[in-house]
Design a protein around this ligand. Structure first.
Ligand code: TRP
Length: 338
């Protein structure tokens, strides 16, 4: 049986954090190692440029950081093609064709883009490229004929928009060259971790993130500073579990479920201090992230090798995307010289 194809990626606007890890990186590594897929993993520098056009340095510097994060978590260039979006010209031509099949009103209704536009406060200076990035994302996915896209829950509207583009294209040009993708998401309740401050979102801009590249000391300091239960003042006070970041993290990261249940019980009864549970959480996180941190340091010793890997990946990605582009041109009827 032919292998399924995966296309996914991240915008390089900084280092990746453990929210990215539970939201999608973990799934990508598992799918890669299952051997049932051919994965393409894209560093979306052009998408990152849509709201950073005057700050390309940030993207350029983040490119290597994201590549190192990928290698550190176990994305293996021998099994997955890691490549750079800006180096694949076919993606831009596909985007141009797809844009004619999508209305501005539909883009303005995309819930993820809508909330990002609000959050970034663009107002009248909303870049056109930002509004249309879901269409370029449709190009990314369809160029590889991906059927599976492992991403965080917030990306579902992108997949819906991609499926609409696929249907519109295949129907307009009476073809079946484009493939409708499905999302692949983390198990319920396991895919989203709050920031250190208890904010629902972990993000660089909120300054509440734990990075895959954090040292053991940084990890320790961050865990000890975590938001817990403001009503739990004395050790003997009964503590609350709901909305308590430490327990939310334990739910996700601690495999010893019986132990977590026991700690919750003690905490709620009173008599279990925050320092103690934080120290325990630190141990749990440190066990998970030490091998990742160490691999990252190893790969970081040879940045040239990382760029060489990205160049090889981009070459391979171009072959696949150019093939699809030929088929797309032919479907439209723009294959005049064949
Ligand atoms: N939108 C994704 C992000 O914000 C990055 C991305 C670009 C992507 N193209 C993609 C993800 C295609 C999955 C598939 O990080």
């Amino acid at each position: 049986m032919a292998k399924g194809i995966i296309l996914t990626g991240d915008r390089p606007t900084g280092k990746l954090h453990i929210g990215h890890y539970v939201g999608s990186l973990k799934n990508r590594v598992e799918l890669q190692n299952s051997g049932d897929f051919e994965p393409f993993i894209m560093i979306a520098d052009t998408q990152a440029l849509t709201d950073n056009a005057r700050n390309p340095e940030k993207i350029k510097n983040s490119l290597i950081e994201v590549a190192l994060d990928y290698l550190a978590v176990g994305i293996d260039p021998a099994k997955s093609t890691i490549f750079v979006q800006s180096q694949i010209p076919a993606l831009f031509e596909l985007t141009a064709y797809y844009l004619d099949l999508v209305s501005v009103a539909r883009l303005e209704r995309n819930p993820t883009v809508k909330s990002e536009i609000k959050q970034k406060g663009f107002g009248e200076s909303l870049p056109a490229g930002f509004l249309i990035y879901p269409v370029s994302q449709a190009a990314d996915i369809t160029a590889f004929k991906a059927d599976l896209v492992p991403v965080g829950d917030d990306q579902e509207p992108m997949l819906e928009q991609t499926r609409e583009v696929v249907r519109a294209f295949n129907s307009a040009y009476d073809t079946d060259v484009l493939v409708e993708p499905k999302g692949y998401f983390p198990p319920k309740g396991q895919g989203r971790i709050p920031g250190l401050d208890g904010n629902a979102k972990m993000s660089k801009s909120l300054g509440n993130a734990i990075y895959l590249s954090d040292t053991e000391e940084e990890l320790h300091k961050k865990v000890m500073s975590m938001y817990t239960d403001p009503l739990h003042i004395k050790i003997d006070d009964p503590g609350h579990i709901e909305g308590n970041t430490v327990f939310t993290y334990l739910n996700i990261f601690d495999q010893d479920k019986a132990k977590v249940a026991e700690l919750k019980e003690q905490y709620q009864a009173g008599g279990l201090g925050d320092v103690k549970i934080k120290k325990y959480l630190f141990e749990v996180l440190n066990e998970e992230f030490t091998p990742i941190r160490e691999r990252r340091l190893e790969f970081a010793k040879d940045p040239q090798a990382v760029y060489d890997m990205l160049q090889a990946g981009s070459k391979r990605a171009n072959e696949v995307a150019n093939q699809t582009l030929q088929e797309v041109r032919a479907a439209i009827g723009f294959n005049y010289f064949d």
